[in-house]
Ligand binder design. Structure first.
Ligand code: GCB
Length: 617
């Protein structure tokens, strides 16, 4: 009897590991928010699955698609004798978009697998149309199933991906979309196990169905070609670009319209990345002081996509950064994609307004979106507000630089970031990483990312936040990666991790590169409301003295000094910060506390930015 039970048990749980051919995400649809979409945001049912029981059988092999024990399969049986050991229910729901950590106490420190399920009805408008399910981001790995069949897998927690839904799979009523989300940290992941930020898990950004004609506009890019002209207006401007259609069956025509410029350009489609170019007699350029955007329509005979695009140039000439041909100093700030007062990821247009509004109060013209691509709402808001943007992939600290798979993963995240935001005038810097430790292997890896970024987009600057070496009064910049970046950017914490704030008064700088120099981080921790003398760590006075010292030092920087993005706008959650009474799981280098109160240093930095802005007028 016992034998029989074991055999039955095995039959039930053991599944052959079929290697079904699963789509990897195709390159994502540009401008998804202006397409024909149906939101799948809202309440999703969930199952927490720390042992990945819903994915592997009891021999830890991936279950076959039709195994009823797999969590992508929904139990509908009414047979009272049937053994059922999983199910979705309205008593366990999570909001999408949203990280799970902030939604229920039991999730605060959870890292692992959670299964999400959403049911929906859908009738396509035309039988031949295509339907995609689009995820603006899932952290970190997603396996997506519809009605029990796998649509695909995506790796990388901060970039969008989509899968086509085969018509044969779609039902008009009661489709089950199931997503296995896994945010377990791993040595071979990007980022790796060690980061100084919270590993918020879940379907952290919008989810939607996107209906397109069978031949659809996949992506497009429009950019202004540089000339010798300078200033806010351009005569005889050349706009170049490219367009890619999905499923183009014959020679199609694509029309680009910019109504405000009376411009209509017809392009004969010749395949992926069909290039075009046209000239415009007079163009007002996008800039931080006048973020002018034009309504642009991309049309085929089947559909029209509308976007708002600004045109500007960004270049390095000698050791200067030129915006529209004129030198610019970047008055910046770093930020995480986090709403500190609510201890959660930011994910909506309102959140974007909150974060960038706080940045704007500092009188910045530049934001460093650290340390991963932030959501599209933030970048679009920056476009609208005239804030220049540094956008980065999470190649952070000690990822495995010797692994080709890790490099491919990083490249894929880079491609997805660039593809999504290639039409945002605000984005001026693609950053390929942060504080990566110097070695030949590291440099080869990072150089491959730089080459990839340049091949994908030669109209923006490439950088990476490097480390600076402080020794006997000298800050030395000599990381070999600086040879390959357009801008040399360094994180320096003189007065916090090294020495005391007064050391900044005498510090000297040397760089082996004659390139624009950015200070991509500098900062000190303070607990808002803790007052003491300026020698006392964690006091607002210490942080203020640090900023005063840094600013005095910056006023003496060598030629080529082109901007700063201090660390950081808000206090942010980090499991690495455990000073009792002071940190309690927060990195305290914010200029604004987690409760939204400004610290003294906020005003000191703002005054510096006001002075710089005045001097440039
Ligand atoms: C850094 C890192 C940043 C950290 C910061 C700190 O250099 O780039 O991610 O949070 O320092 O506070 O130590």
């Amino acid at each position: 009897m016992k034998m029989l039970r074991i055999v039955l048990h095995c039959l039930f749980f053991t599944s052959l590991c079929f290697f079904s051919i699963v789509a990897s995400a195709t390159s994502t649809l540009n401008s998804v928010y202006s397409r024909d979409t149906t939101s799948l945001n809202g309440e999703w049912q969930y199952i927490v699955d720390p042992y990945k029981t819903g994915f592997y059988d009891y021999r830890f092999k991936e279950m076959s698609e039709d195994n009823p024990a797999a969590y992508w399969n929904i139990n509908t049986s009414t047979d009272k004798s049937k053994l059922i050991e999983h199910g979705y229910s309205d008593s366990n729901t999570l909001q999408v978009p949203g990280d799970w950590n902030s939604q229920e106490e039991k999730f605060l420190y959870y890292e692992g697998t959670v299964w999400y399920k959403k049911s929906f009805d859908y009738e396509k408008k035309h039988q031949d149309n295509l339907l995609f399910v689009y995820f603006a981001a899932v952290n970190y790995e997603a396996d997506v199933y519809l009605n029990g069949e796998k649509l695909g897998n995506h790796v990388g927690g901060f970039t969008p991906f989509q899968f086509a839904i085969p018509s044969s799979l779609l039902r008009s009523k009661d489709n089950h979309l199931v997503v296995k989300v896994d945010n377990e940290r791993a040595k071979d992941a990007v980022p790796t196990v060690n980061t100084d930020w919270w590993n918020y898990g879940g379907i952290t950004r919008d989810v939607m169905l996107v209906e397109t004609p069978s031949t659809y506009i996949q992506s497009y890019e429009l950019k202004l070609e540089p000339t010798d002209e300078t200033g806010a207006q351009r005569r005889n401007a050349t706009i170049s670009g490219q367009v890619s259609l999905g499923n183009a069956k014959k020679q199609e025509q694509v029309t680009i319209r910019i109504p405000e410029l009376n411009l209509t350009k017809k392009v004969n489609y010749q395949g992926e990345n069909t290039a075009f170019e046209f000239s415009v007699p007079h163009l007002t350029l996008w800039s931080d002081t006048n973020p002018k955007r034009y309504e642009v329509a991309i049309e085929t005979q089947y559909e029209t996509i509308k976007d708002k695009i600004g045109f500007r140039t960004i270049e390095v000439v000698g050791n200067k950064i030129l915006l529209n041909g004129e030198p610019i100093f970047l008055r910046g700030i770093c930020l995480h994609e986090e709403i500190a007062p609510e201890i959660r990821r930011a994910n909506s247009p309102e959140d974007a307004e909150f974060l960038l509004g706080a940045a704007e109060e500092l009188n910045v013209n530049f934001v460093r979106l650290a340390h991963y691509p932030h959501n599209e709402h933030i970048v679009r808001k920056a476009d609208e507000m005239g804030l220049l943007v540094w956008s980065e992939i999470p190649v952070y600290w000690t990822i495995d630089f010797s692994s080709e798979a890790v490099l491919n993963n990083a490249k894929n995240q880079l491609r997805e970031m660039i593809s999504r935001d290639q039409n945002r005038a605000s984005v001026i810097v693609w950053s390929v990483g942060n504080e990566t430790p110097v070695s030949d292997t590291r440099t080869t890896f990072m150089k491959a990312l730089i080459d990839e970024a340049r091949a994908l987009d030669d109209s923006r600057l490439i950088s990476a936040a490097l480390e600076v070496h402080y020794n006997e009064g000298m800050n030395t910049i000599n990381d070999p990666l600086g040879e390959f970046t357009d801008v040399v950017s360094v994180n320096e914490y003189l007065g916090w991790y090294v020495g005391l704030p007064e050391d900044t008064r005498t510090a000297k700088w040397e760089s082996v590169y004659d390139k624009p120099l950015l200070i991509s981080e500098t900062g000190a921790g303070a607990k808002q409301g803790f007052h003491a003398d300026k020698q006392t760590r964690w006091s607002e006075e210490f942080q203020a003295a640090y900023y005063r010292g840094q600013i005095a030092m910056m006023e003496e920087m060598p030629e080529g000094f082109s901007g700063i993005t201090p660390w950081v706008l808000f206090d942010f959650r980090s499991p690495k910060r455990n000073h009792p009474g002071i940190q309690e799981g927060w990195n305290r280098k914010g200029l604004i506390s987690n409760e939204g109160e400004k610290k003294q240093a906020f005003q000191i930095l703002k005054n510096y930015y006001d002075r710089i802005e005045k001097a440039s007028e």
